[in-house]
Structures are given as C-alpha cells and as structure tokens.
Design a binder for this molecule. Structure first.
Ligand code: NAP
Length: 314
C-alpha cells in the first residue's frame, strides 16, 4: 500500500510517518507540506525515507501513485482535496470535517471495524472524542441522563499554528479552560452515541496526553460491577484498550498506542445514594487519539488486521 500524507509537518503527521516506516505492508509515497517543500523526509522526520517533501495542490494528486491518502490538515480545509481524489482511492481524514457526514464512516476500530473494512471514506475520531467514546459506547444503555466530562489535554492537541493554547509562556504553571459548551468533540460524541455528553476541555503545559474525568448517573439498580463487566466484554480481544481498577494517569499512556479506562476499583468511584459513578480515562492525543487510530483504519480498510504495524503487548 502506498500512502500519501497531506499536512505532513503537523504533530500527527510526524507520528504517522513513524508508524508507516515500521509497517510491514505500507510505504510512504507522497508527503506534502508548504513549509518543508524540497526537503528530504529523513532530514525532518523519524524515517529513513529519501522521499522529497512537496507542496502539493489538489490537482497534483491524480498523477501520484497512491493507494490511500491521509489528510492531516487543520479543520475546514479538506474539501478541495477530497474532491480531487478518486472515489476508489481510500481517504482517512484526521480533521473534524467529515465526522458528521453520513457518507463517511466514523472510524473507531474497536467499535465498528465491519463498516471501516467496507469504506473508502473514513473520518478519524477526535482525540478527546476517542477517550469519551471508548469509555461510553459500551455502557450508554446503563446511563440515566448525560455524562459530564472534565478533560485536560497536552498542548500538542492545539496543533502547530501559534495560539494561546500552545504558547509556552502562557502555559507555564497554568491550566487553561476553553470551549466550555459546544466543543466540536462534545457534538461528535453526542452525535455518534445518540446520548448527550457535556464536555469541558482544558489545555495543560505537558506536550502530549489526555486525561478525562467522566461522571455519570447509572440507572436504578445498577452498580460499578455492571459497568465493569460491559467494558471488559467490549474490550476483550482489543489489546490497545485496557480496563483497570486503578485510575490511570496521563503518563501511563503517553507515547503509547494504548488507552486506559480506569478507576473502576477505586473505593469511592461509585456513590450508591446518588447512583453517581466517576471513571478516569487517559490516552495519547497524537497516538490512539490520532495516528494510531488512523493506522487501525488504514489497516482495516486495506484488508489487514487492525493492529498490523502497531506495537502492542497483549
Ligand atoms: N494534534 C492533535 O492532538 C490531534 C489529534 C487528533 C486529530 N487532530 C486533527 O488532525 C489534523 C492535523 O493536526 P496537527 O495537530 O497534526 O497539525 P496542524 O498543526 O493542525 O496542521 C497540520 C499541517 O497542515 C498544514 N497546513 C496548515 N494550513 C494549511 C493550508 N491552508 N493548506 C495546506 N496545508 C496547511 C501545515 O503544514 P505546512 O504549513 O507546512 O503546509 C500544518 O503543519 C487537524 O485537523 C487536527 O484537528 C489533531
């Protein structure tokens, strides 16, 4: 499989290039970045590839021998690229542009591998959305009312375009709340679960990683054991997602392809009087929240095992 990447200079692009490099069936065939035009891939990324980075325009794509294009561009830029790519050629879009589009599959490999395998148009889930979806989709029918999520992300989540949210001077000794209602990932998760989620994101001074504290009310008569068995059932045979008694910390999954849903064994995770359960989920925004998920999607849509080329231990 020849892979082309548009938006190669971004943080997710860098992680994808590493993953493609070590993949047994994939090779890099085209890399596009305006700022890195003319440079060799191996001088900028963790790859031995001699490929020269180009500043491609949508009209250039049809002349490239590429089996799958990954769009790793900021939101709202994908339209001309998608239009220029043949319907027979696979696209995985990392932006939010197609996450609400019925013509695209929302590519969450542990949830809907079957649809991903049959699709040429895959919208990669958002990073926070991945943590929320992973925790909530197996247990949505146990919930009484919306889940509320307090989220903290490392500043790589804000991308490379300079802003307050990735400015080291603003972030030092700081935690910055933003988009307290209607964040795009709140809409994404509520849409794909068909269940309301309230999400309050924050950005922290660490570079990569996400921590979510998820609070929910269980239906009458249910307890933490019901939630735990649903989660274990959902993720048995899915080695990138761990279900743990301890509450995970950001560093547990930082730089790793895994995601941990935990806190299930914490003494005060569940308040039976109010039927209130609190879980914690951590993941790496650039990996399971972006590049790793993209590789799972590329694998499935190419007829490979979802985990091909993704190091995992279980
Ligand atoms: N960062 C994360 O944690 C994360 C997680 C999940 C999903 N995502 C999504 O993945 C996508 C990529 O995010 P990112 O953080 O890796 O990178 P990014 O900094 O948002 O942008 C990726 C690259 O796109 C190129 N670009 C920017 N504006 C462009 C334009 N007008 N035309 C063509 N190219 C342009 C830039 O390279 P040049 O300027 O060199 O062309 C830039 O480095 C975004 O949609 C983001 O929302 C990000």
């Amino acid at each position: 499989m020849k892979i082309g990447l548009i938006g190669a200079r971004g943080y997710t692009g860098g992680e994808l290039i590493k993953l493609v490099e070590s993949h047994p069936e994939f090779e890099l065939a085209a890399l596009s970045s305006r700022k890195l035009e003319g440079k060799r891939a191996r001088d900028h990324f963790e790859t031995s590839s001699d490929l020269v980075i180009e500043n491609l325009a949508p009209e250039d794509l049809s002349s490239r021998e590429v089996d799958a294009w990954v769009l790793a561009l900021p939101n709202r830029l994908s339209a001309p690229w998608v239009e220029a790519i043949s319907p027979e050629t696979l696209i995985v879009d990392l932006s939010s542009d197609h996450r609400f589009d019925d013509g695209w599959v929302h590519g969450f490999a542990e949830r809907n591998a079957y649809e991903i395998k049959a699709s040429k148009r895959i919208a990669n889930p958002g990073c926070y959305a991945t943590g929320m979806m992973a925790t909530l989709w197996p247990i949505t029918d146990l919930l009484d009312g919306p889940a509320t999520v307090f989220g903290v992300s490392g500043f790589s989540g804000a991308g490379t375009t300079p802003s307050e949210k990735n400015d080291p001077d603003v972030l030092r000794d700081n935690l910055i709340p933003y988009a307290p209602t209607q964040h795009t990932h709140e809409k994404e998760v509520s849409h794909h679960l068909q269940h309301a989620v309230n999400f309050m994101p924050h950005v922290a001074p660490f570079f990569q990683g996400i921590c979510l504290t998820i609070t929910m009310t269980l239906k009458e008569g249910l307890g933490v054991g019901d939630v735990k068995s649903k989660l274990i059932e959902a993720y048995t045979g899915h080695p990138l997602i761990n279900v743990a008694d301890e509450a995970p910390r950001v560093r547990d999954n930082m730089g790793k392809h895994t995601l941990t849903i935990g806190g299930l064994g914490e003494a005060n995770a569940f308040d039976p009087n109010r039927r209130r359960l609190v879980l914690n989920t951590t993941l790496d925004n650039l990996l399971k929240g972006a590049a790793t998920q993209c590789m799972q999607n590329l694998n499935l849509a190419s007829g490979l095992d979802a985990l091909t080329g993704i190091p995992h231990s279980k």
